[in-house]
Design a protein around this ligand. Structure first.
Ligand code: FES
Length: 102
Protein backbone atom coordinates (compact mmCIF):
# COMPACT_ATOMS: atom_id res chain seq x y z
CA UNK A 1 0.00 0.00 0.00
CA UNK A 2 1.36 3.42 -0.86
CA UNK A 3 1.10 6.49 1.32
CA UNK A 4 1.39 10.17 0.42
CA UNK A 5 3.21 12.27 3.00
CA UNK A 6 3.68 16.03 3.22
CA UNK A 7 7.36 16.75 3.87
CA UNK A 8 7.86 20.51 3.97
CA UNK A 9 7.19 23.86 2.42
CA UNK A 10 9.08 24.26 -0.84
CA UNK A 11 10.42 27.70 0.07
CA UNK A 12 12.25 26.18 3.06
CA UNK A 13 14.62 24.15 0.85
CA UNK A 14 16.87 26.26 -1.40
CA UNK A 15 18.09 25.08 -4.80
CA UNK A 16 21.26 23.04 -4.45
CA UNK A 17 20.43 21.58 -1.05
CA UNK A 18 19.01 18.37 0.39
CA UNK A 19 17.05 17.57 3.49
CA UNK A 20 16.25 14.34 5.35
CA UNK A 21 12.73 13.36 6.41
CA UNK A 22 10.95 10.43 7.95
CA UNK A 23 7.99 9.38 5.80
CA UNK A 24 6.07 6.34 6.96
CA UNK A 25 8.71 3.74 7.76
CA UNK A 26 11.30 5.20 5.36
CA UNK A 27 14.05 7.78 5.58
CA UNK A 28 13.74 10.07 2.55
CA UNK A 29 16.49 12.28 1.14
CA UNK A 30 14.82 15.16 -0.69
CA UNK A 31 16.90 17.26 -3.07
CA UNK A 32 16.09 20.57 -4.74
CA UNK A 33 18.09 21.00 -7.93
CA UNK A 34 17.93 23.47 -10.78
CA UNK A 35 15.85 20.96 -12.75
CA UNK A 36 13.40 20.21 -9.95
CA UNK A 37 12.83 17.93 -6.99
CA UNK A 38 14.15 14.42 -6.39
CA UNK A 39 13.60 12.00 -3.53
CA UNK A 40 15.68 8.90 -2.84
CA UNK A 41 15.94 6.43 -0.02
CA UNK A 42 18.00 8.47 2.43
CA UNK A 43 20.05 5.53 3.73
CA UNK A 44 23.05 4.79 1.52
CA UNK A 45 23.19 1.21 0.22
CA UNK A 46 26.86 0.90 1.12
CA UNK A 47 26.89 1.34 4.89
CA UNK A 48 23.92 3.49 5.81
CA UNK A 49 25.33 6.96 5.26
CA UNK A 50 23.01 9.99 5.25
CA UNK A 51 22.50 10.77 1.56
CA UNK A 52 20.60 13.99 2.26
CA UNK A 53 23.88 15.43 3.58
CA UNK A 54 25.71 14.55 0.37
CA UNK A 55 27.05 16.99 -2.20
CA UNK A 56 24.82 17.37 -5.27
CA UNK A 57 26.32 18.18 -8.64
CA UNK A 58 25.21 17.50 -12.23
CA UNK A 59 22.29 15.35 -11.16
CA UNK A 60 24.40 13.14 -8.90
CA UNK A 61 24.55 12.95 -5.11
CA UNK A 62 27.77 11.85 -3.42
CA UNK A 63 27.40 10.07 -0.09
CA UNK A 64 29.28 12.01 2.61
CA UNK A 65 30.68 8.88 4.27
CA UNK A 66 32.66 7.03 1.56
CA UNK A 67 31.77 8.73 -1.71
CA UNK A 68 29.37 6.36 -3.42
CA UNK A 69 27.49 8.32 -6.08
CA UNK A 70 23.88 7.93 -7.19
CA UNK A 71 21.93 9.49 -10.06
CA UNK A 72 19.05 11.56 -8.71
CA UNK A 73 16.74 10.71 -11.63
CA UNK A 74 16.93 6.93 -11.19
CA UNK A 75 18.68 6.17 -7.92
CA UNK A 76 21.27 4.07 -9.78
CA UNK A 77 24.82 3.90 -8.50
CA UNK A 78 27.04 5.69 -11.01
CA UNK A 79 29.54 2.83 -11.37
CA UNK A 80 27.35 -0.22 -10.79
CA UNK A 81 23.80 0.01 -12.13
CA UNK A 82 22.81 -3.16 -10.24
CA UNK A 83 22.89 -1.01 -7.10
CA UNK A 84 19.90 1.30 -6.92
CA UNK A 85 18.41 3.50 -4.21
CA UNK A 86 14.62 3.54 -4.12
CA UNK A 87 13.17 6.66 -5.73
CA UNK A 88 9.97 8.35 -4.59
CA UNK A 89 7.59 10.54 -6.56
CA UNK A 90 7.65 14.19 -5.46
CA UNK A 91 4.62 16.43 -5.94
CA UNK A 92 4.56 20.18 -5.46
CA UNK A 93 1.12 21.53 -4.60
CA UNK A 94 1.30 25.26 -4.11
CA UNK A 95 4.16 25.58 -1.62
CA UNK A 96 3.71 22.08 -0.17
CA UNK A 97 5.98 19.14 -0.99
CA UNK A 98 4.65 15.59 -0.90
CA UNK A 99 6.23 12.22 -1.53
CA UNK A 100 4.54 8.93 -2.25
CA UNK A 101 6.03 5.95 -0.45
CA UNK A 102 5.22 2.51 -1.87
S1 FES B 1 27.83 4.75 3.54
FE1 FES B 1 27.54 5.79 1.69
S2 FES B 1 29.36 5.46 0.59
FE2 FES B 1 29.62 4.34 2.41
Amino acid sequence: MSIRVRLASAHEIPVGTGREFVAGDRIVALFHTADGWHALDGICSHAGGPLAQGRVEDGVVTCPWHGWQYRLETGHHCLNSRIQQSCFTVEVVGDDLFVTID
